[in-house]
Write a protein that binds this ligand. Structure first.
Ligand SMILES: O=CC(=O)O
Length: 321
């Protein structure tokens, strides 16, 4: 029996992507179907590929609804919302969109670092709300150039963040599960030691259970009253309650956070903290990078349908983790 569909798309990835994919293969656009996947059980029987995003994820029940599934192509570099164990158990391959977003995520890490240190977001409000004229000189902030940069997670994004440190004359060290022998940067075996050494600690590791609250009260205390914490990875990596308490008491100097434990949020608990710069989880959100990510999802789907191979599969060791 021939399948009615080749691909199920869980969520729209933008009209351009949706139309392009629908023009090249038989796609069930599941978000348009209020009846849910179960209503399509016959037509989905031979379906081989699912398209999703890190935001929409892919759960065990989605795998269960698709008995013929061979590959999941996800938009985004993270895979913490994709059930990799369920995929591995059935030999289903999973692709994400690495590499193409490294520069933009690294740029945003630096934007947040600079904003938290030099208070650019606060200064913007200061000028626009008339405080400059009313109150006079803006308070002095924290120097960035020549300082010490610690990177938690020296993967592709961590590397891009570290490279930018050279432009600010910074010494860079990092912490990973294991050292990277080819890396030009110093390795700290203990995250607490890295935080105690660093002026700025940037979190760039993967999310998920293995890294939950890796940045805990002890690491935050080690970073200290002059230290600034930047997180462009996942909110789950930082113990947010501990960070908030340390920011309020002055035990931590400042923070630049693109990700929080709950998303979306109005983050009322941060409202009074001028030493914190927030962004709404937009590390990769530039026109250019988002287009490149969509292109890579498309290329993975069409390559798999043609050859049975994915271009950017999640490595086997991470599928088993
Ligand atoms: O958070 C975004 C991503 O994983 O790409």
């Amino acid at each position: 029996m021939t399948a009615a569909y080749d691909v199920v798309q869980v969520a729209s990835l933008g009209p351009q992507f949706d139309e392009r994919l629908a023009a090249s293969c038989r796609v069930l656009q599941a978000w348009r179907e209020p009846r849910g996947l179960a209503a399509f059980s016959e037509e989905l029987r031979g379906l081989r590929v699912a398209v999703t995003s890190v935001r929409h994820g892919f759960t065990r029940s989605m795998f269960d609804a698709l008995p013929g599934l061979q590959a999941v192509c996800s938009w985004g570099v993270g895979h913490d919302t994709l059930d990799l164990r369920a995929a591995a158990a059935r030999g289903i391959r999973v692709s994400v969109t690495p590499d193409v977003l490294d520069d933009c995520v690294a740029d945003l890490a630096w934007a947040l670092l600079l904003s938290a240190a030099r208070r650019t977001a606060v200064g913007d409000r200061y000028v626009k709300t008339g405080q400059w004229r009313a109150l006079g000189q803006f308070p002095v902030a924290t120097r960035v150039s020549g300082k010490r940069l610690g990177v938690l997670g020296l993967g592709r994004i961590g590397e891009a963040i570290a490279r930018r440190g050279a432009g600010f004359d910074m010494e860079v060290r990092y912490h990973n599960r294991s050292p990277r022998p080819q890396s030009p940067y110093g390795y700290e075996a203990s995250l607490t030691d890295l935080a105690a050494w660093a002026d700025f600690l940037v979190v760039a590791c993967v999310g998920g259970a293995a890294t939950r609250h890796l940045v805990d009260a002890q690491v935050i205390r080690a970073l200290g009253p002059q230290g600034i914490l930047v997180n462009i990875a996942r909110g789950s990596v930082v113990d947010q309650a501990a960070a908030l308490a340390a920011l309020r008491s002055g035990e931590l100097g400042g923070a630049g956070l693109d990700v929080l434990e709950q998303e979306p949020t109005d983050a009322a608990e941060f409202a009074e903290l001028d030493q914190v710069s927030l962004m709404p989880h937009v590390g990769s959100a530039t026109r250019e990078t988002r287009a490149a990510m969509a292109e890579l999802v498309y290329d993975n789907v069409t390559e798999f349908l043609r050859t049975g191979r994915l271009l950017t599969p999640v490595p086997d060791r991470e599928m088993q983790a």
